[in-house]
Design a protein around this ligand. Structure first.
Ligand code: NAP
Length: 327
């Protein structure tokens, strides 16, 4: 099969088409003929050599795919060859064929195209487990999302609104803020021209937000703590602005805040299967009702993965970048 490999750590140009054997599904695994593969920021980090695949995972990049079931390993139930599916994969999504544990495979929600479905799993699994499991966001609460225009952010805005939260989203331009509001955010906050913490305090009548989804870290963490409500939950999913910080923890104590976070890739198949079950039960109906829809910024033929990564690194995109493969 043709696949895109990381020929050496480096810039987008190290992504090169190569020929690899078609992977074979082991017990409990599904082989998928890939038609669309989402591009995620962690793929960029992996390409740069900063995010090695976990033991046993393919060295090929790609954490999510949509396509057709091509073969089933032993003991797989619930799927048949030819089913249209999307899946969270341990790696190897930038390829004509990809294997993944069956608990991480989901039917494509009715009404979504292959391209849209290829951009669903990574952000929906991540947002579900961080905003709703760890962050325990509840109906009527408020959520502050940093990176509101990212793949993660555009998913988080829609899911939080669909579950009854008030949503504030930061982004780095007026256009991105407007896009966040079109997706349902109550207020997009341009962090380059506004003090987001002050805006959030004002918009919550001084109370602060109940949950923060933070991919920036760095000096944002102290500012977030300052605009959080009592018993608030702060969830880090990345540290684009730095992971090492000095904090005044007093407000954490006074306001009984929880600082937490998680990273999806190293979690067990059982954990990912539980997230998949929750998505299927609670989120797939929202997608099928048209209330939540992945926002696709641009597609690239998968042989042009380097151009897709170069675009992601400009951070000019709004929503998902997806690679397409010939059906
Ligand atoms: N923990 C997990 O399990 C998990 C899973 C998936 C992804 N992630 C993380 O979640 C983040 C979003 O992923 P994604 O695929 O949705 O990414 P993405 O679409 O590329 O979006 C990242 C956005 O972050 C904003 N940003 C803020 N500070 C930045 C900085 N210092 N450098 C670069 N961008 C910055 C940019 O928007 P502005 O221009 O508006 O600032 C950019 O568009 C990434 O950091 C990724 O590693 C974590």
């Amino acid at each position: 099969m043709t696949a895109i490999e990381i020929s050496a750590p480096g810039g987008p140009d190290v992504l090169r088409p190569t020929t690899r054997p078609v992977p074979q599904p082991g017990p409990g695994e599904v082989l998928i003929r890939v038609e669309a593969a989402g591009v995620n920021r962690p793929d960029v980090l992996q390409r740069q050599g900063a995010y090695p695949p976990p033991p046993g995972a393919s060295d090929l990049p790609g954490l999510e795919v949509a396509g057709e079931v091509a073969a089933l390993g032993a003991d797989v139930t619930g799927f048949s060859v030819g089913d249209k599916v999307c899946a969270l994969v341990p790696g190897g999504g930038y390829a004509e064929y990809c294997v993944t544990p069956s608990p991480q495979v989901l039917p494509i929600p009715k009404g979504l195209s292959m391209v849209e479905a290829g951009g669903v799993p990574e952000t929906f699994f991540t947002v579900w487990t961080n905003v709703f499991d760890r962050g325990r966001l509840a109906d009527g609460e408020s959520l502050l999302i940093h990176g509101g225009s990212s793949g993660i952010g555009t998913t988080a805005i829609q899911l939080a609104k669909a579950f009854g939260a008030k949503v504030f989203a930061t982004a780095g331009s007026a256009d991105k803020c407007a896009a966040c509001e079109r997706l349902g955010a109550d207020r997009g906050i341009n962090y380059k021209t506004e003090d987001y913490a002050e805006v959030v305090k004002e918009l919550t009548g001084g109370k602060g937000v109940d949950v923060v989804l933070d991919m920036v870290g760095g000096d944002y963490i102290q500012r977030d703590i300052g605009c959080m409500a009592p018993d608030g939950r702060h969830v880090n999913i990345a540290f684009l602005g730095g992971a090492k910080v000095t904090l005044n923890m007093t407000p954490v104590m006074i306001k009984r805040l929880t600082l937490t976070g998680s990273t999806l890739r190293p979690r067990t198949v059982a954990d990912k299967g539980k997230i998949a079950d929750a998505l299927r039960a609670k989120v797939w109906p929202l997608i099928e009702a048209g209330k939540v829809k992945p926002l696709i910024h641009q597609t690239f033929p998968f042989r042009e993965a380097a151009a897709a990564h170069a675009l992601m690194e400009t951070s000019s995109h709004i929503g998902k970048i997806v690679l397409t493969l010939d059906a």
